[in-house]
Design a protein around this ligand. Sequence first.
Ligand SMILES: O=C(O)c1ccccc1NCC(=O)[C@H](O)[C@H](O)COP(=O)(O)O
Length: 212
Amino acid sequence: MRVKICGLTTPEGVMAAANAGAAYVGFVFFEKSPRNLTIEAARALAVEVPLGVAKVGLFVNSDDAFLDAILAAVPLDMLQLHGSESPERVAELRARHGLPVMKAIGVRVADDLEAVDAYATVADQLLIDAKPAPGADLPGGNGLAFDWTLLQGRRWPVPWMLAGGLTPDNVARACNLTGARQVDVSSGVESAPGVKDADLIAAFTRAAATVG
Ligand SMILES: O=C(O)c1ccccc1NCC(=O)[C@H](O)[C@H](O)COP(=O)(O)O
């Protein structure tokens, strides 16, 4: 089981994630988010991430200039695209930056899964997340779960992660229901929006590790 802890904002949070065995740490570059990082803050965090833990930058419909500026300063290992980027834009960014790209897809009903196939041919990984409520400020990181049974029997040709409303209490059940072997969490390991809790991070990775 591989765990991604998303929306880290402090060195303590990064170390808590690494010490708990996270395979990925996520840094948010989206102004409206309580987890948003400046370039300087992100660089300071990224250089402290232990080798072997992948540093994922989360972007929402970012333009080339913004991505260029972040990538010139912050040593990221993967781009997570969490907006309405088209399959063509995913392919373009993957080629332009030479980094693997994970495309997030929001799911509320079965029809939402139709979009996944188009991205599975151009992205390196998929992030299957809950679709936010209409009018929500954030396209992700809302602590909202979706109906996990929608994923039963679904398979894609690239690795995928399950996200959306996961917590230490529900992550094992979510993985057993969906067959997920990678999970992503943000709100479920926070004591307040944007404030990661080391005990919850450790509890989350322990619970994920119980999945057979
Ligand atoms: O975390 C944010 O603030 C955020 C902002 C804009 C786009 C995506 C964002 N977060 C995505 C995630 O943290 C996760 O990939 C995923 O949505 C799960 O979040 P949560 O339900 O809070 O565990």
